[in-house]
Each structure stands twice: as structure tokens, then as C-alpha cells.
Design a protein around this ligand. Structure first.
Ligand SMILES: [Zn+2]
Ligand SMILES: [Zn+2]
Length: 291
């Protein structure tokens, strides 16, 4: 027990020191400044090449979403996530140890060329995330958390990181075992994280981009706008579940782009009654009136 408590505290101080050095010492391997830089870049693209021309540059909920961005990316890890996840990994490994299992690696990928490892990690992680995203739409109690992301009514890059912190826990827990089985940690490829942030920012940006024929591979702003559409095809839980890749939606028949949808209303039924502030949105899934 004491061991787990020590891991918790070490994780806490470790993350605090990491965050301090991220902010104090800019470098090319620095998430903080990459996030700031990519955000400014995509925002600039929105200003110069707007798709919905009458959407304000500081759109509805811009500052709320900016706060979510730093909360989800840095503060949540500082407050609990980093420490707790270190403890859970240790508990999980100790649990496996009871059965004499010391590691989960089922496929040795260390001998692969680095680009092969990278590609495998990207495909596997993105496919797991696509499935997790479908679960968030299909399982009623998960949907209550995912609604925070779908409460966006005016789309812009910062909406990308508006989500309930429970999503971090759900996504990372589901990914952990499959990735450990191919010998990857969650944070192995810095460049992959940066790429997924860039794609995710663009998917939510007020820019008309489809990447030509690459749209069958890469998710894009037109496709993802329909994911946020208020009115879905009859009887469906959702469409266009893709995170970075669109290919899974084309393969499994959940792609839906009836037209460009530039001015399509966004959100869900009664989105106007959804809480409007950070704390009320975060506590909503637990406090909502059961109906
Ligand atoms: Zn969704
Ligand atoms: Zn989205």
C-alpha cells in the first residue's frame, strides 16, 4: 500500500516538474509550445480562409474551449491523472505477477524498422479510438460524458479539446492492454501526438478542407462537421466516428456526407438547455436530473 502511495506522490511531483520545465524551457520536444503554436497556426488559417464567413473570429465559447484545451492536456494530468495512472499500471502489473506474467508483449516489434513501428502504432491506436468513440455514442451513460464535446454549436479549432476528463480515462484504459501487447507505451511517439493534435485541430476548424482523394484516408473538417450535426440519419447513433483516419468509417459503412453541410445546425436535441460553464458541464453527468 505504501509503495502505491509513493508512486502516486512521485507521479505528482514528477508531472509538476515536467510541466514547469515544459513552460520554462521551450524546445522541439515540447508539447506545451507545440499545442500553442499549432493552435495559433490553425486559428490564423481560420481567419485568412474562413468557411463560414459570418462566424466571428472569437466564436461562441472560444474562451471556454481554450480553457478546456489546457485543462485536458496539462492540468488534469497534474491534478490526478498522471499519478493515478502510474498507480493503476503498478497494481495491474502486480496483479499479472500473481499469475507469473511479467510482461504482456505478444508481438516483438522492436526489431521492426522505426517507420513500421510508427505506422503500426498509428493504425492500431486509431482503430481502437474509432471503436471507443462508437461506444461513447452507443452506451447511454458514456454518451452523457461525450455530450460535453457535442455541445459545440459553432465549430472552430479549439472545440477539438472540449471534452469531459472521463473521456481521457475511458480512451486510455481501453488502449492500454492492446498497445502493451505489441510492446508500446502510450507515449512512445512524440511526433504521432503532434500529428494527431494537428489533424484534430483541423477537423474542427472553420476551414473548407477535404484533402482531395485522401479524404478516404484522412478525417477532415467537412466530414467531422457531419459528426457534430444535430440531425442524424433516422435510427443511427452517430456517423463519421473517425479520429485521425476516415478509412474505418468507409470500411464499416458509417461514413455520411450528404452535402457540404457548411451551415448545418450542430449539437443534439435540446442542446440549448445544456450547461454553459466549465464546472457545470463537468459535473453534469452526475448531477443531471434523471428523466
Ligand atoms: Zn462523437
Ligand atoms: Zn469533434
Amino acid at each position: 500500500m505504501e509503495k502505491y502511495f509513493k508512486i502516486f506522490l512521485d507521479g505528482y511531483y514528477g508531472y509538476w516538474n515536467y510541466l514547469k520545465s515544459e513552460i520554462l524551457y521551450p524546445s522541439w520536444q515540447n508539447y506545451f509550445y507545440w499545442l500553442v503554436g499549432l493552435s495559433l497556426l490553425v486559428w490564423l488559417l481560420e481567419i485568412v480562409f474562413p468557411w463560414r464567413k459570418n462566424q466571428p473570429i472569437i466564436r461562441k465559447d472560444f474562451w471556454l474551449d481554450a480553457f478546456y484545451m489546457f485543462f485536458n492536456f496539462f492540468l488534469f494530468s497534474l491534478i490526478v491523472y498522471n499519478s493515478l495512472s502510474n498507480v493503476f499500471v503498478e497494481v495491474f502489473n502486480d496483479f499479472l505477477g500473481l499469475f507469473g506474467i511479467t510482461n504482456l508483449v505478444a508481438i516483438e516489434v522492436n526489431s521492426w524498422p522505426i517507420w513500421g513501428q510508427f505506422l503500426l502504432m498509428f493504425l492500431v491506436a486509431d482503430f481502437i479510438q474509432w471503436n471507443t468513440h462508437r461506444l461513447l455514442h452507443r452506451v447511454p451513460w458514456l454518451w452523457e460524458f461525450h455530450k460535453v464535446h457535442h455541445s459545440v454549436e459553432q465549430m472552430g479549432f479549439a472545440a477539438h479539446l472540449r471534452y469531459h476528463w472521463m473521456e481521457t480515462i475511458v480512451y486510455k484504459s481501453i488502449q492500454y492492454v492492446p498497445l502493451a501487447m505489441i510492446g508500446f507505451g502510450l507515449d512512445d511517439f512524440f511526433i504521432l501526438h503532434i500529428f494527431t493534435i494537428a489533424i484534430g485541430h483541423l477537423n474542427h476548424a472553420n476551414i473548407r478542407l477535404t484533402y482531395g482523394p485522401l479524404k478516404y484516408i484522412l478525417n477532415n473538417p467537412v466530414m467531422h462537421l457531419w459528426h457534430h450535426a444535430k440531425h442524424l440519419p433516422e435510427g443511427s447513433h452517430g456517423v463519421n466516428y473517425g479520429i485521425s483516419l476516415s478509412i474505418w468509417d468507409y470500411l464499416f459503412g458509417t461514413a455520411y456526407i450528404p452535402n457540404e453541410g457548411r451551415d448545418e445546425p450542430l449539437g443534439f436535441e435540446k442542446v440549448e438547455e445544456f450547461p454553459k460553464t466549465f464546472w457545470s458541464q463537468i459535473s453534469y453527468p452526475w448531477l443531471r436530473k434523471k428523466s
